[in-house]
Design a protein around this ligand. Structure first.
Ligand SMILES: C[S@@+](CC[C@H](N)C(=O)[O-])C[C@H]1O[C@@H](n2cnc3c(N)ncnc32)[C@H](O)[C@@H]1O
Length: 250
């Protein structure tokens, strides 16, 4: 199967061939936008949650920071984060990255899905795929991988199962959330109010969230979960994005 996409990117039109492995068969949707998805993650999720500003405000010394992600997929956001932080001035970060995946893919498929980004982040793809290949993804619940990188350390806690289970299983609240679980039309379950409320409860005071969907139901769900929400211009194929800051004391 070959699919073709017309994509508007910075006023240029590009015709991209979409490898079949990029389509998540459970939701009939791509894991991510094929055009510049690494940069897109940086703009939408890392700038959207204000990571660098938050780290800078932490002052000198070790900076512990917990991230939550809904939808691990092929790990594109994680690879992008490793690249983004590797290019920052920080060397003392201690990142805990909590993510969840209901339909885990094999390490081989992960490598195929990420293949297009090899020129940019090939060594990070190899690092993640090699570590991920050692996990028993048929076993539900927590799985852990640890990485030592130029910016500090990163622990991946990956929950194999349903997103709400993962949020309930978090012992500590997250400082930032990347909401990346397919669009609400294709996958309303990952945007349901019950889950967004649980995410709000597992967010530290002034914690942040970001997502590429500006759907009214998502906005209302995040506001109900305690976030002050703002709409900002999008990037690449996304016209607009949402950014949130947790206003409730936790
Ligand atoms: C858009 S993709 C994620 C892309 C991923 N962040 C990446 O960069 O590769 C969304 C992912 O969420 C997973 N997912 C969807 N609904 C879920 C749920 N209710 N619980 C856990 N994972 C879910 C899908 O299987 C899919 O892999």
């Amino acid at each position: 199967m070959i699919q073709w996409l017309m994509h508007k990117d910075n006023k240029k039109f590009a015709i991209m061939q979409i490898p079949p492995c990029l389509v998540n068969e459970h939701y009939d949707d791509r894991y991510f936008d094929v055009v510049n998805a690494i940069e897109e993650a940086k703009q939408i999720f890392f700038q959207g949650t204000g990571l660098l500003e938050i780290f800078a405000a932490m002052g000198p010394g070790k900076k512990e920071f917990r991230i939550g992600e809904t939808g691990f997929g092929a790990g594109r956001v994680l690879v992008s984060l490793m690249d983004f932080l590797g290019q920052s001035r920080f060397s003392d970060l201690s990142i805990t990255y909590n993510s969840v995946e209901l339909h885990p893919i094999s390490a081989g498929r992960m490598a195929s899905v990420l293949e297009g980004f090899r020129p940019q982040v090939g060594s990070l793809i190899d690092l993640l795929v090699s570590a991920y290949s050692k996990l028993d993804i048929t076993r539900p619940g927590w799985h852990q991988l640890q990485f030592v990188l130029p910016f500090g350390s990163l622990i991946l806690n990956l929950w194999i199962g349903e997103a709400l289970e993962m949020v309930h299983a978090l012992a500590l609240p997250c400082d930032a959330w990347f909401l990346d679980g397919h669009g609400p039309k294709k996958n309303p379950s990952i945007w349901r109010p019950e889950l967004l409320l649980a995410i709000g409860e597992k967010t530290g005071t002034r914690g942040t969230c970001a997502t590429y969907t500006v759907a009214g139901a998502v906005r209302r769900g995040l506001i109900a979960a305690g976030f002050d929400i703002e709409q900002h211009p999008g990037y690449g194929g996304k016209k607009a994005v949402l950014r949130g800051i947790q206003r409730q004391c936790r």
